[in-house]
Design a protein around this ligand. Structure first.
Ligand SMILES: Nc1ncnc2c1ncn2[C@@H]1O[C@H](COP(=O)(O)OP(=O)(O)OP(=O)(O)O)[C@@H](O)[C@H]1O
Length: 814
């Protein structure tokens, strides 16, 4: 049969013929065009199909929005839209309302609302009775609306269509406000008002940015509100919106705080995630935000017997119980509990394997932190989740524990795969963070024999990784995306090991899904099996990341936000301030701040963040010249050096670490007393993560942001954070002289590198980079302040790339 088939394929090339032979022999082709294996080929096609589908949906959305807009325009102009009051006898293809319903049905699948939701709250009503119909009295065509609807929407309230009736309803988060405004009500009035109020977000400063940021759903919503407005009116009812908002403001600010010790009612009010009727913490979508855990005091369950023979563990648990009771006996205890990151639940109460609990106790973990309590049950059930929790609150353990449990479950199953599979893959942005996570995982696996953790990070020998992978089975991999991709692409066989993957975790997920990592991440995701659990963790999850999280997460994922909508995103016990000083004085100011801090805190441990690696080097050399006890850490340093410095800083006191953003995220250096950020951080998220290196585990901390006057605009990004202005210190002439002397000792190659890096960094910041002339002027001032006689020249190619070629003040290298 084979020869006859081959004859028939006479048009095929020789290469194709070979493939046909292989296929007929039952093995399938060895490779596909582009050197892809069959899985990669299959995924490539699946991806293309998905992209096509997405394009079509986008087009449809666009059409729909245009249609709604034109309808509203015609309403405002006093024309009746043909579809507004459709003649039942006349054929109408689809009214806007029907169209909206169809689209809502199509796009708003369970859990998908969150991808569009700006406020981390649920768009979808928990149940029908939690929605309320809104009627208005305004006549069609009325134009003097006292309320800016765009503002109303941009202030975070969501309106959607009632799918059954074509009426508008306001979601549960909004409807108490609307009732106060005098709208008709058809909802369940027996529900406690408190619950409705807590779902209500106050944001006095509505900005056009907010409007811009609202996704398709909000556009849809805005249009729809406009629609119903003209249909039914309601001017008088809405006249007092702003008064109402103000009155509500103080109340809601109080509600925003996360307090376990208030009365039950208020407790339930706090974060908008709970439900008095016992909604489970495993709720899908953002209704799982905080789940049950901020409002329901779980009944204590008796200590589980971990290991009957393990007397030491029992003693430890009893000691802990006694300590806890003593601690919370008085009022002071209450206050401490409020500030503490710990919850009341213990690890032995949540279904972890006894050996893991034993290892946790050995590591000093008895009680869960709040984020661990909020997430463990969801993650242990195998659901996808996106988790947001403040820095230093124990997110690493929150994702490591479910990963370990999944590995234990997989290894105990009867399937015996031919290649040793990797069951859990943890990705994080930096090498040091990968090592830190691997160390924590190893501590938790202390009593589990035969489960290995391997780190795959750049800066180490690729061959060593391969050797380790071949010699020992590793069930858990902690990797940085670049190195992992190297392994996948180099056909080192890693893809085969990854076929059995059960859990994928992205720590610092927002950063990993950022443009810098996006391509690598997409390639990695293409090589992972779809049947897996995915967990995304970070202290910051901007809206864009929530939208693109669908790259990784299933639609019906849980969004767990222990920060709380509208709450301050930074730990409460970090004192934050900013200081504005001319750029040329920054080095002096940093030196002064450090000296003052050392006097106040003899056991100081300080991190100074600089904008780039080269500027970090310069700052380090300068402070070293000034006889300060400093270390430097940035990506230009060899990995061995980085690891050594990282370990040293973790264990030391009385040390200053000058670093770039490689240390900004996830690094857990205990007891850092002060974080200084010199120059504007790349964005708000960078500020929060850098700051979060201090004040961890609910401890005190301090953060100072040092800005030049032209960088002050950045404070707008932080206006919801409690930053206070720090007075400009007086630098004495002796210190000034010493600094100048020290600066003159630093090699000019370092300074030139710092100038180039400085220029590159600020050029990449949109607000500054767009005015190239001013940028170059500022860069040249910087060059002068670091003792360079003239600004260093740039390669023509570099200048071209940066858009600086013909800008006055830029020197081009001949
Ligand atoms: N249940 C616990 N009991 C006591 N300490 C804990 C517990 N969980 C975590 N920790 C400690 O809390 C500290 C912070 O934990 P971790 O590094 O996981 O924070 P994080 O939330 O990941 O912070 P970041 O956002 O900066 O990455 C660590 O020192 C860790 O050992």
């Amino acid at each position: 049969m084979y020869p006859s088939l081959l004859r028939r394929s006479k048009f095929l090339s020789e290469q194709l013929r070979t493939r046909v032979v292989i296929r007929l022999m039952g093995g399938g082709p060895l490779s596909f065009p582009g050197g892809l294996n069959k899985w990669q080929w299959k995924r490539l096609h699946e991806k293309k199909a998905k992209e096509k589908e997405k394009r079509l949906l986008d087009q449809e959305k666009q059409l729909f929005q245009d249609r709604m807009r034109s309808q509203i325009r015609s309403n405002l102009a006093g024309q009746s839209h043909p579809n507004l009051n459709p003649d039942p006898n006349k054929y109408n293809p689809m009214s806007p309302n029907e169209h909206l319903k169809a689209l809502a049905d199509r796009f708003m699948k369970d859990g998908a609302e969150d991808l569009w939701n700006e406020n981390d709250g649920s768009l979808k009503p928990p149940s029908d009775e939690q929605t309320e119909f809104v009627g208005t009295n305004q006549q069609p065509g009325s134009i003097h609306s006292p309320v800016d609807l765009r503002k109303l929407i941009s202030e975070g309230r969501h309106v959607s269509q009632n799918r059954e009736n074509g009426f508008n309803f306001v979601k549960s988060r909004d409807y108490s406000m609307l009732r106060d405004l005098g709208f008709e009500s058809g909802g369940d009035s027996t529900k406690p008002l408190a619950r409705r109020q807590r779902k209500f977000r106050i944001n006095e400063s509505s900005s056009s940015d907010d409007d811009e940021d609202h996704g398709f759903v909000n556009d849809k919503v805005k249009n729809f509100v406009g629609d119903s407005w003209n249909e039914r009116g309601g001017v008088s009812n809405l006249r007092n919106v702003s008064d109402f908002m103000k009155n509500r403001g103080s109340e809601t600010v109080k509600q925003r705080r996360f307090q376990r010790n208030e009365s039950d009612d208020e407790d339930e009010d706090l974060e908008g995630g709970g439900d008095r009727r016992g909604r489970s913490a495993t709720d899908i979508g953002s209704r799982a935000a905080l789940g049950k855990y901020d409002m329901k005091k779980t009944r204590r369950v008796p200590l589980k017997e971990l290991d009957k023979n393990d007397f030491a563990n029992e003693v430890e648990l009893i000691r802990y119980e006694l300590g806890r009771k003593k601690k919370f006996a008085g009022n002071e205890g209450d206050k401490e509990e409020e500030d503490s990151i710990l919850s009341e639940k213990r690890f032995d109460e949540c279904g972890l394997s006894p050996l893991t609990v034993k290892a946790l106790i050995a590591a000093g973990y008895v009680q869960m932190t709040r984020v661990q309590e909020a997430t463990l049950s969801v993650c242990l059930e195998g659901k996808d989740a996106m988790v947001k929790a403040k820095t230093g609150t124990g997110k690493s353990a929150a994702f490591l524990l479910p990963a370990i449990e999944a590995v234990l479950k997989a290894t105990s199953s009867n399937d015996k795969p031919q290649v040793s599979p990797i069951y859990a893959l943890i990705l994080c942005p930096t090498r040091e963070l990968a090592s830190q996570i691997a160390a924590e995982a190893n501590a938790m696996l202390k009593y589990h024999d035969g489960i290995g953790v391997l780190t795959l990070v750049g800066g180490t020998r690729f061959k060593d990784d391969q050797r380790r992978l071949e010699s020992d089975p590793y069930q858990i991999i902690v990797a940085t995306p670049g190195r992992l991709l190297d392994h996948i692409e180099n056909k080192g066989g890693l893809s085969v090991h990854l076929m059995g993957l059960k859990v994928l975790i992205l720590d610092e997920a927002d950063h990993l899904l950022d443009l810098g990592f996006r391509k690598d991440m997409e390639k990695i995701l293409d090589c992972l099996p779809r049947q897996r659990q995915s967990l995304l963790f970070s202290a910051t999850i901007p809206k864009e990341v929530r939208r693109i999280s669908q790259l990784v997460l299933k639609r019906e994922h849980a969004f767990i936000n222990t920060v709380g909508v509208g709450c301050v995103e930074t730990p409460a016990k970090i004192k934050q301030s900013f200081l504005v000083s001319p750029h040329r004085l920054h080095f002096q100011v940093v030196h002064h701040l450090l000296k003052e801090h050392i006097l106040q805190a003899p056991d100081y441990k300080v991190i100074v963040f600089c904008t780039t690696g080269m500027v970090t080097s310069l700052m380090y050399l300068l402070l070293r010249e000034m006889n300060m006890n400093v270390r430097e850490m940035h990506s230009r340093k060899p990995q061995l050096y980085r690891t050594r410095v990282s370990n040293e800083f973790r264990e030391s006191k009385r040390l200053i670490l000058v670093t770039s953003d490689v240390s900004a995220r996830g690094m857990n250096y205990p007891d850092v007393t002060l974080v200084i950020q010199v120059g504007i951080p790349y964005d708000r998220e960078h500020y929060i993560h850098r700051l979060g290196r201090t004040g961890r585990e609910g401890k005190d901390g301090e953060g100072i942001l040092l800005l030049a006057p032209w960088e002050e605009y950045f404070l707008n990004e932080l206006k919801d954070l409690p930053l206070e202005k720090f007075p400009l210190p007086q630098i004495d002439s002796e210190t000034n002289f010493k600094m100048e002397e020290s600066m003159s000792k630093i090699d000019s190659s370092v300074k030139e590198g710092a100038y180039h890096a400085w220029l590159g960094y600020y050029n990449s910041i949109r607000e500054i980079g767009r005015d190239k002339t001013t940028l170059v002027e500022l860069a040249n001032q910087f060059s002068e302040s670091i003792g360079l006689h003239k600004p260093p020249s740039l390669f023509r190619k570099t200048a071209l790339k940066m858009g600086l070629k013909d800008i006055p003040g830029i020197r081009i290298r001949r």
